[in-house]
Write a protein of this length. Structure first.
Length: 277
């Protein structure tokens, strides 16, 4: 489904939610309380500013007695090819974000990945899948990265652990190309990337990836991910803790200039290795 059609479908979801809620004589605040979100979030769902997670859509169906219509709509709209169920909502929010801050402890973030790197990561996690499956995953990931080419792209801040620069994903040549790609985006000021060196030791996000997203007319959200699942969080207290963790990570990284030098040095090391094999 194209982005414009998908947005129109979410607008239909919001309009239908408003109609059904008003027909039931329930305010946004009342509905929010009964499905465990704020009344403001219900208003954002109705305006298609924010998309509800599947469990929220299911609870809305229960409260409004709508025979599963919102669950079915939600499943249809989040079922984007190439994305795990738990990540589809994040992709939608990326397109609305004005600022994205990301910490990657072991793998280059999807928005920065090259085709060769993305292929290697996908194959490593899915060794028995077909080439067409791998191509679908990689294509979806590369399409996501087009967000950074848009004139209205969000501010994109990335903290990379030094692990990301050293693990030879896809082999030396693929890594050299990947790191050169990151360096180019830094030089073009598409992204601000800093590196958390090994020497920093323990850090504030030892358990996995962390992403923060901010919006023009909606509260920020946090997203954390492990190997097999991800969690999108909009609880203000938890988001505040995640923001503090990211702040602690950022102050532990080296400067953008020193980070660029590290990335280019690692790319050169991989390039030399590739030339000797």
């Amino acid at each position: 489904m194209a982005n414009g059609s998908r947005q129109a479908a979410w607008e239909f979801f919001g309009a239908e939610l408003k109609r059904r809620r008003e027909d039931a004589g329930i305010t946004q605040v009342e509905l929010g309380a009964r499905v465990f979100v704020s009344g403001g979030y219900i208003g954002q769902f109705e305006q298609a500013i924010r998309k509800p997670q599947l469990d929220v859509a299911q609870r809305i169906d229960g409260v409004l007695q709508t025979d599963g219509i919102f669950e079915r709509l939600c499943r249809k709209l989040i079922d984007e090819p190439g994305y795990a169920d738990y990540f589809a909502g994040v992709v939608e929010l990326e397109r609305l974000a004005t600022r994205i801050c990301e910490f990657a402890p072991t793998v280059v973030p999807g928005l920065l990945q090259t085709k060769e790197y993305a292929s290697a990561v996908t194959i490593a996690a899915n060794p028995f899948k077909t080439n067409s499956y791998v191509d679908e995953i990689v294509t979806a990931r590369l399409e996501r990265s087009l967000l950074l080419d848009d004139a209205t792209r969000p501010e994109y801040w990335v903290a990379l652990h030094e692990n990301v620069l050293r693990i030879p994903v896809g082999g030396p040549q693929a890594m050299a190309t990947q790191l050169q790609h990151i360096a180019r985006l830094m030089r073009e000021r598409t992204a601000v990337v800093t590196v958390l060196p090994y020497a920093a030791g323990a850090h504030a996000a030892m358990t996995g990836d962390l992403r923060l997203m901010e919006f023009e007319d909606a509260p920020p959200v946090a997203y954390t991910e492990t190997s097999f699942s991800g969690t999108l969080v909009d609880d203000p207290a938890v988001v505040k803790r995640a923001q503090r963790a990211y702040d602690l990570l950022r102050v532990a990284t080296v400067s953008p200039e020193a980070s660029l030098a590290l990335i280019e040095s690692a790319a050169e090391d991989f390039r030399r290795c590739a030339s000797t094999t």
